[in-house]
Design a protein around this ligand. Structure first.
Ligand code: KG4
Ligand code: ZN
Length: 338
């Protein structure tokens, strides 16, 4: 069995996965959304302290499995340095006490492997990763070759939902709140700019759109003066602009890449409005769309364990005294995920 740990942001999660069957024997996640909600975003220091309480609490529950462990997998990058270290310290301790291998897992690869929790692995694959930290299109040829084709030059999709929700006084995380409000809204009411619409750049950008939302909020007198309908209309108009931006850049990649399978992963891939839009786009471009079960879209240790299983077979281990375990490599087009 593999014990996996995820603590890259505001979810403390541990899972136990059987290596041969890939069956999930245990999974628990403690989210910190409530604690960060009043700040409108994640406060790293607070997140780190909450992990320090939650992770040992969850670990207690894994006691029946500890004798059967063959390896420990842990998210080592990218993420918040001080929250990653909580998970890494725990993983190193278990690996060294039990004298079993330590497997470092890139969080983005973990999200990609969330596709394979309930399905067989499938390569090659084009993946749109939309989370709180990233917006990328990644070409996945196999376990070792995951190449960034397009990335965000500023905010990520999830982050833009969170920041717009904060401006509208909605709370955190903003993604589900905006998606829900948008269902009651008129997406044509506010004419928000679709980012990089006239640019040949194959990249994502969300900060200009976020600024456009801020200007509308200000024009309406601030969040307190906005009616529920104003907020719904703005949420719908914003979500529509995000969708158009994602589709427009994805189309450019679809036109260049022949890979037939396309997947959406990451926390924001739970958004059904965006999923539906991709269903139509994939039909048009003759691609098969793959999505992640809703419970595994946001951060969790099961996806880290699932990647850990493949890494275990390939003996991708790291020494417990490695010091650069949490260093994030520079991410630009053409970069391979490490
Ligand atoms: O993957 P994830 O759990 O964490 C990171 O790796 O960053 O993603 C969290 C992000 C948050 O920004 C959250 O607002 C966003 O995913 N999110 C959504 C939805 N559900 C979560 N964004 C848009 N629509 C949703 N339904
Ligand atoms: Zn994530």
């Amino acid at each position: 069995m593999i014990l996996s740990i995820e603590s890259s942001c505001d979810d403390s999660s541990i899972a136990i996965t059987e290596i041969e069957s890939k069956k999930i024997l245990f999974h628990k996640k403690i989210s910190q959304e409530e604690e960060h909600s009043c700040y409108g975003g994640v406060v790293p220091e607070l997140a780190s302290r909450l992990h320090a309480v939650a992770l040992p609490k969850i670990l207690e529950e894994t006691k029946p499995f500890l004798d059967s462990l063959k390896a420990v997998a842990v998210t080592n990058q990218p993420g918040l340095g001080i929250t990653l270290l909580e998970g890494i310290a725990m993983a190193k301790t278990i690996a060294s006490l039990k004298d079993i291998p330590l497997i470092p897992v890139n969080h983005l690869k973990g999200h990609i492997y969330s596709l394979f929790i309930e399905k067989e692995t499938l390569f090659p694959l084009l993946v749109l990763l939309i989370s709180g930290g990233h917006t990328q299109i990644i070409k996945v040829l196999h376990f070792e070759h995951m190449e960034i084709l397009a990335t965000s030059i500023d905010d990520s999709v999830g982050e833009s939902f969170d920041k717009c929700a904060k401006m509208m006084g909605l709370g955190y995380p903003g993604g589900p709140l905006i998606e829900k409000l948008a269902q009651e809204g008129d997406e044509e009411r506010f004419d928000l700019p679709v980012p990089l619409r006239n640019s040949p750049l194959i990249a994502f950008s969300l900060s200009g759109l976020k600024n456009a939302v801020r200007l509308v909020v200000e024009k309406l007198g601030g969040a307190d003066k906005m009616t529920k309908q104003d907020k719904s209309d703005l949420a719908a108009s914003f979500q529509k602009a995000v969708k158009s931006h994602l589709l427009q850049k994805s189309k450019k990649i679809f036109e260049k890449e022949e890979i037939k399978d396309f997947a959406i992963v990451g926390g924001a891939s739970a958004n059904l409005y965006i999923r539906n839009a991709y269903e139509s786009l994939c039909r048009k471009y003759n691609k098969s769309l793959h999505v992640v079960p809703l419970e595994y879209c946001s951060d969790n240790a099961v996806m880290i364990g699932r990647y850990g299983v493949d890494a275990y077979h390939k003996k991708k281990f790291i020494s417990v005294d490695a010091i650069d375990i949490s260093r994030t490599k520079k991410q630009q087009n053409g970069t391979l995920l490490q």
